[in-house]
Design a protein around this ligand. Structure first.
Ligand code: ADP
Ligand code: MG
Length: 398
């Protein structure tokens, strides 16, 4: 079967007009001879009536801490509502479709509520719907565990649903429709002249997604790469061709060694000084046991620098105070990531980044690099200035 998956994000299904544009994309796919399986996110973003955060805000914090099963159930409702509303929209265009929860679509997950991993997909129901020439509209971001309880796949999880179904149904490709033309050289909300990246490899996109560009979920990229399914990021509201993500490494027309720039906020930098009683091994083992994830780790003989997510601040302070280790911290930090698979082995990229930030009077608190990414930790208040300056320096703009 000539199956494709089309996923529509929160803003793409938020109003009647936008849903109509989504319907047009579905009709176009049918016209082109494909059998579309549609995946939808909850309508709108935080604050809007059926958005995930709005639903969660109906519950007390204390209740949420000990009732994960209930949280997943309420969080799954936004996508379920969206799938039925989308069916209604297709009905108006005389297209028959069937709304389904993730579980009804056959997605079986483990018991890890709030961040469940899929185990298998039973495709029978979806295939039956496709054979009867109807369009399945699947609620994204959710599955069902083996006991029958609804689970959710983590924030941005509808992208994961799309790829899981694409893989299980042997789809030709997976289209991710959103509110921007595709993957851009920087978040267009930060850099007004950000450029569209037309072709990009899974590896590079994974860096983008993992380092804060929320345009696609990193796990979705990872799953697509493993099963070698092309992913196409497109705009519901335009006819732009979007970004094709695949295994191919395309030669770009220009010689830019940097592909794009992204950032992760809510980091907190910590400096610890070790005495004879503790070493960094002890500290990092304890943090790992308590599930506090650390990054940008720089170790020196008697001290260490690293960052944690600000949400772990209290937990971290409780632990370190008991250990009697001297420490200090800087809150409100952000990690800027400069990404480019072609920067490997090219000298001077780090120097150029540091010079650019220094010219803007932005203090760099820490740096790190891997084969396709260079990170700089700076204070969050400078993020926009830093990204815009680097974007210009590496000539990424339109
Ligand atoms: P959806 O609801 O469709 O899943 P998201 O909000 O998850 O949409 O992702 C789309 C948003 O990602 C865009 O509106 C854009 O602001 C943001 N974004 C961040 N970095 C990038 C980037 N490099 N390219 C494109 N979009 C980006
Ligand atoms: Mg998203």
């Amino acid at each position: 079967m000539n199956i494709i998956v089309q996923k529509f994000g929160g803003t793409s299904v938020s109003t009647h007009e936008k849903r109509q544009m989504a319907v047009n994309k579905i009709l176009q796919a049918k016209k082109n001879g494909y059998l579309p399986v549609v995946v939808v996110s909850a309508m709108g973003r935080e604050g809007q009536p059926y958005a995930t955060d709005t639903l969660l805000s109906l519950l007390d914090d204390e209740f949420k801490k000990s009732n994960h099963l209930a949280c997943d159930l309420i969080m799954s409702c936004g996508e379920i509502i969206s799938s039925v509303v989308m069916c209604n929209e297709l009905f108006k265009s005389n297209i028959e479709s069937i709304p389904l929860t993730g579980g009804q679509a056959g997605i079986i997950t483990n018991d890890n509520f709030n961040n469940a991993k899929y185990i298998e997909v039973n495709t029978q129901t979806l295939l039956n719907i496709l054979r009867s020439n109807k369009i399945p509209i699947v609620a994204g971001f959710q599955g069902v565990n083996k006991k029958g309880y609804i689970t959710t796949l983590g924030r941005g999880g509808s992208d994961i649903t799309a790829v899981i179904l694409g893989k299980a149904l042997n789809a030709k490709f997976v289209e991710i429709y959103t509110d921007v033309d595709g993957i851009m050289t920087a978040d267009p909300r930060i850099v007004s002249n950000a450029n569209l990246i037309k072709n990009i490899s899974y590896n590079e996109v994974f860096q983008f997604a993992d380092q804060g560009a929320k345009v696609i979920h990193p796990r979705a990229v990872e799953l697509a790469m493993k099963s070698n399914i092309p992913l196409i990021i497109k705009n519901t509201l335009s006819s732009c061709e979007g970004t094709v993500i695949s295994n191919l490494v395309y030669k770009k027309d220009d010689n830019n060694i940097v592909t794009g720039i992204t950032s992760v906020d809510n980091r907190m930098q910590i400096k610890v000084e070790f005495n004879s009683e503790y070493s960094y091994n002890d500290l990092f083992s304890i943090l790992a046991q308590k599930l506090i994830s650390v990054d940008l780790i720089n170790i020196f003989p008697n001290k260490a620098l690293f960052t944690i997510d600000i949400k772990d601040k209290e937990k971290f302070i409780n632990i370190i105070d008991k250990l009697n280790i001297v420490y200090s911290y800087i809150e409100n930090c952000s990690k800027i990531a400069v990404i480019g698979s072609k920067m490997r082995g090219i000298p001077g990229v780090m120097a150029k980044i540091l010079n650019t930030l220094s010219k803007e009077n932005i203090k760099v608190l820490q740096t790190a690099d891997s084969y396709m990414t260079i990170w700089c930790l700076i204070e969050t208040k400078y993020v926009s200035k830093a990204i815009n300056a680097l974007h210009k320096e590496f000539k990424l703009g339109k």
